[in-house]
Structures are given as C-alpha cells and as structure tokens.
Ligand binder design. Structure first.
Ligand code: AMP
Ligand code: GLY
Length: 422
C-alpha cells in the first residue's frame, strides 16, 4: 500500500488515540503498534514487543521498514530509544536521552527551570531523615512530597497532615536516598502538549486532566481519571504568558543541549490572577490528555509528527477542529493502589459516528483472549466524545461508558466539572 509505515511504541489509551490519528492520516499506508492493546489490534498490526525493550523495538522498526516511530511512554526515551533509532537513520518522534532527563529526574528539571528563570514552585532536597522535621517547617501546609522516580504521577503526596507528610518523606529517603519537598501552588491545573523540534514549536489545544481517583478531586493521585480539551482556564492571555515565560526558554534551551524532536508536556498551575507556573514537565504526550487532543487535530497527524521527527516543523501548518473533546477513564477494581485484572470487558466496541458529533472507546489495559477483551491494567479504557460543545462531548462520553461492563470497575461522574458545573 502507498503511504508511510508508522510504528507506535506503547500500549495505553494514548497509543490507541495516536493509532486512530495515524490510520486517519492520508499520508499513512500502514500502522504498527508494539505491544498495543485490544483496541489497536482492530485497526493496526500489533507486535508482541515490550515498550521497554529498546533493542527489540529498533529491530522491529528495521524489519517493517518504518518511516516514522512515535514513542508513547517516557521509559524507552530515557533509555535512549530515539538515539538508537536515529543512529540507524530512522525518524523518531521523541527526544533523545539527554532531552528525556527532564522527565527522568525532577531534580534536574527543577535545576533547568531555576537556571532559565521559568516560573515553578520553590523546592528543597531532603537527603537525611534527621532533616525531615526542619524541612517541614520551611513550607506552609499543604506539603507536597515528590519522589524523584518515574512513577506515572503516583510518586507525589499532597497533604495537610504533618504526620503523613513526614512519613512520605522518610519512606522516600529510605527507598531512594533523597526526596523533594515543594512549595504548594494554589490554582487550577492545565496541560499543554507542545510538539517541538529545533526549528519551531506548535502548542496543541490546552487540556485538563483529573488526577485524583475520586469525585470532587478527592482521594489519591492516579495516572489520570479523565480529561477534556480545550481547557478555558488557558485563556489567550494565559497562553501568551505560557509561551513567552515557559515554552520559548525551554525550546531554546532544549534545542541547544539535545535532539528534542517530540512532545514537551507542560503541566501548569494557573493561579487566580492568571499567572502560570510549571508543576512538571514530561517528555511525551500525556495520558489521558492525548485522547482529547489528537481528535481535535483536523490536519494530517503523520505530517505533523513526521515533520517534528525530521526537524522540519517550521515548514508545515496544522489545523484544528473548533470542537470540544472529553474522555472518562474506566479503572479496575482497586486502582490506583492495586488493580484487579484478567476480567472480561464487555461493550468496548461502542461508538457514535457522525461528522460533528462522534465518540469511541480508547482501549488502555486490554488484550484479546480468544476473541474476548480482557482487562490487563489499572486504567482499562476510556470513553471519549467529540462534539461542538463540551456538554455534548460529555453526553457522548458518559453514554458510551454506561455501555461498558467490567466487574468491580469505577469511573468518575464529574469529568469536566470546573466547566460544566453539573
Ligand atoms: P506531578 O507528578 O509532579 O505532576 O504531581 C502530581 C500532581 O500533584 C499534580 O498534578 C498536582 O495535582 C499535584 N502537585 C504537584 N506539585 C504540586 C505543587 N507544587 N503544588 C500543588 N499541587 C502539586
Ligand atoms: N496525565 C498525566 C500524564 O500523562 O503524565
């Protein structure tokens, strides 16, 4: 078949959304995913190669003559997957290992921000259990305790309770040797996915994740329980400040020190005055933010990601739908502390078709076992709606999720609550 051969690395909802976007791109001939999930297997070719096995991914890319590899998760980027692919002449969407340190080490990210004057929370590194009480006196509650490990958003404790904060600090010091204690930033969160290479950057529509497991933003942090885009908290004025104060300095810095051809995920806290500060950087697309961002791109996704991977982003134009998108995550029983898996998921082929209003189920932790879909992870899938208004997108997503059946599963009923005020 004519068109590019694209390999997507990963097996979550983000990768299913990327696979759908690639299948719909006129410039694409074949879409491969490794390892993929039950959802990607119905639209693309899955390969049983782990997303952390960088050597096997490079071999697979060579075997299928991939024109472009799009790397979903951070771990293979930190391990140098993009460097290895580029050394073989294969275009990779994802930064090199030097660029990926921005997510691989929160301490390094803080150092970079402080050096560049990028606005973020003050931070204290605590390496000794004997310093814990004194360090807690340095900040007002609530305390923000961050382990410096790749923990998918789950290595952070935000608490008003001094004992809980001190236990989190001690546990982290004992397991990792040190921990970061941060100033609490009040405000509303938003994420901006910035596609970049050395020639240019393009900000995709801002989105808002819902990180806490429970309604009303209660309970422990998760990888993300739902999202919507565009997020109105990112007004034009806020976006201009984000670009000027955060994206431009980061772009200039990254272009100088690394081969940063990929996505910079800017996690923001926006205070009541509209002042943005960085909560975190990730070096990849967000999950579930991707599920609500990619469907809003109306131009060819392969052209966008391929141009970034080849360093020619400044040559292309991107267009967006003037729609809204909302996704609701269906999580396994016990998630986020422990997830019960291996259960049948019914109804995951539900969809709504239309030009203006459409929706589908993005698979995440699923696999096919003898033609049946079975859960394999904490976040099993998410139901996504796209429509002219956010309330219609929400209606589609909730109608789709009510058609899913998975024993013991749970989902939040209030995704989009800051805008929809149900
Ligand atoms: P992170 O893994 O750094 O994104 O943190 C996970 C979540 O903890 C964020 O999405 C925020 O909801 C919260 N958080 C992290 N750092 C801060 C901070 N300094 N102030 C307020 N909330 C924070
Ligand atoms: N949704 C948060 C993340 O992708 O890190």
């Amino acid at each position: 078949m004519d068109g590019d051969v694209v390999l997507i690395v990963g097996g979550g909802g983000r990768e299913h959304a990327l696979a759908i976007g690639m299948v719909e791109s006129p410039s694409v001939g074949q879409v491969h995913v490794c390892p993929g999930n039950a959802g990607t297997s119905s639209i693309a070719t899955n390969h049983p190669v782990s997303a952390s096995d960088v050597g096997a991914i490079v071999s697979l890319a060579e075997e299928i003559s991939a024109d472009l590899v799009v790397v979903g998760p951070e771990a293979p980027l930190v391990s140098g997957l993009s460097d290895m692919l580029r050394s073989k002449g294969i275009a990779s969407f994802g930064p090199d290992a030097v660029g990926a340190r921005l997510e691989g080490s929160k301490e390094h990210a803080k150092d970079v921000m402080q050096t560049l004057g990028v606005p973020t929370a003050d931070v204290l590194k605590v390496s000794n259990v004997s310093e814990v009480e004194q360090s807690l006196d340095t900040f007002q509650p609530p305390w923000v305790v961050k382990r410096d490990v790749l923990a998918g958003g789950k290595g952070v404790t935000v608490t008003e309770d001094r004992l809980t904060a001190s236990e989190a600090l001690i546990d982290a010091i004992e397991s990792d040797g040190f921990v970061l204690l941060e100033e609490f930033m009040p405000g509303e969160e938003a994420s901006i996915l910035v596609v970049m290479d050395e020639s240019d950057f393009i900000c995709l529509p801002a989105s808002q994740d819902h990180k806490r497991v429970g309604e009303g933003d209660t309970g422990p942090n998760t990888g993300g329980m739902g999202a919507y885009a565009p997020a109105p908290v990112v007004t034009e004025t806020v976006l201009s400040r984000v670009i000027e104060e955060i994206v431009v300095p980061m772009h200039d810095y990254l272009a100088g020190v690394s081969c940063y051809r990929g996505c910079l995920y800017v996690g923001l806290m926006i205070d009541e005055h509209g002042t943005p500060r960085v909560v975190e950087f990730n070096v990849r697309f967000g999950d579930p933010e991707t599920q609500v961002t990619i469907p809003l791109i109306s131009s060819d996704l392969n052209e966008l990601l391929g141009a970034a991977a080849r360093g020619s982003l400044s040559d292309i134009d991107v267009s967006f739908r003037s729609s809204s998108a909302l996704t609701v995550v269906l999580a396994s029983e016990g998630y986020p502390s422990s997830a019960k898996t291996g259960r049948p998921l019914l109804g995951s082929d539900g969809k709504e078709s239309g030009e203006e209003r459409f929706g589908f189920v993005h698979h995440a932790g699923t696999k096919l076992v003898e033609q049946s879909v079975v859960s394999t992870g904490g976040r099993v899938c998410s139901a996504t709606g796209i429509a002219p208004s956010l309330s219609e997108a929400s209606e589609i997503a909730y109608s789709l999720i009510s058609g899913l059946e998975l024993e013991g599963s749970h989902y939040r009923m209030d995704i989009g609550h800051r805008v929809l005020k149900k």
